[in-house]
Design a binder for this molecule. Structure first.
Ligand SMILES: [Zn+2]
Length: 221
């Protein structure tokens, strides 16, 4: 039986199980619930608890952004060099060095994200110009987004959104998402027609699709 903290509440009518970021369990139960009933509830959730804990264990730790930290950038890695904030906070690339001038760690993270967003826009336009002639359609607009759960989207008005975190992934995966969203300009849904276009534009797309699914959690700062 898994260890847990029991929290009883007079207002509660049902059992509820929570797992925090460290994997610790908390059981919320009605004030009057018998201990056997609680134990029975928890042991019925064993599979779920295991699944959540495995996911937590496999989750990458955020990169510690300090002087000398290494950050992924498409197929290469940049070294962060922290400079003094001379009243003008900024981030700029110099070869494989990413120079950041920031007052503190939090400001630094903000500058790095802004820089990656600008790079994602620049690189995104470049890759759209490459793939649009192959697809036979061009978007009206490119937008850079930052949702945790979405790599890209394509609106019915022809706006393509790309997640800036794709700059932390290999270039082939960035390309896959660009090609994927452009193909949505031909076929809005993931039907047979959509995947046919996808295979035409990028014959090995399935490899990249699988890689993005399997490793997507890693592409974060
Ligand atoms: Zn899609």
């Amino acid at each position: 039986m898994a260890e847990y903290t029991l929290v009883r509440s007079r207002r509660r009518r049902t059992f509820c199980l929570q797992v925090d970021g460290q994997g610790a369990l908390r059981v919320l139960a009605p004030a009057s619930a018998r201990l056997e009933a609680i134990e029975e509830f928890v042991s019925g959730q064993t599979d779920w608890i295991e699944r959540i804990r495995r996911r937590l264990a496999g989750r990458p730790k955020p990169v510690v952004l300090t002087d000398g930290a290494l950050v992924p950038y498409l197929d290469t890695t940049l070294r962060v060099v922290l400079g003094a904030d001379g009243g003008r906070p900024r981030a700029e690339r110099d070869g494989d060095v990413l120079r950041i001038a920031a007052a503190d760690g939090a400001a630094m993270r903000g500058h790095i994200e802004l820089w990656y967003r600008a790079e994602a826009y620049r690189h995104g336009i470049e890759r759209i110009l490459h793939f649009a002639p192959l697809v036979g359609r061009a978007p009206k607009k490119l937008r850079i987004a930052g949702q945790r759960t979405r790599w890209g989207s394509c609106s019915s008005r022809g706006t393509i959104s790309l997640n800036w975190r794709l700059m932390l992934a290999p270039a082939a995966l960035f390309d896959y998402v660009v090609a994927h969203e452009l193909c949505h300009l031909l076929a809005p849904h993931h039907g047979e027609g959509f995947w046919r276009e996808m295979a035409r534009v990028m014959p090995d797309y399935a490899v990249h699709r699988r890689a993005l699914r399997a490793q997507g959690d890693r592409f974060t700062l």
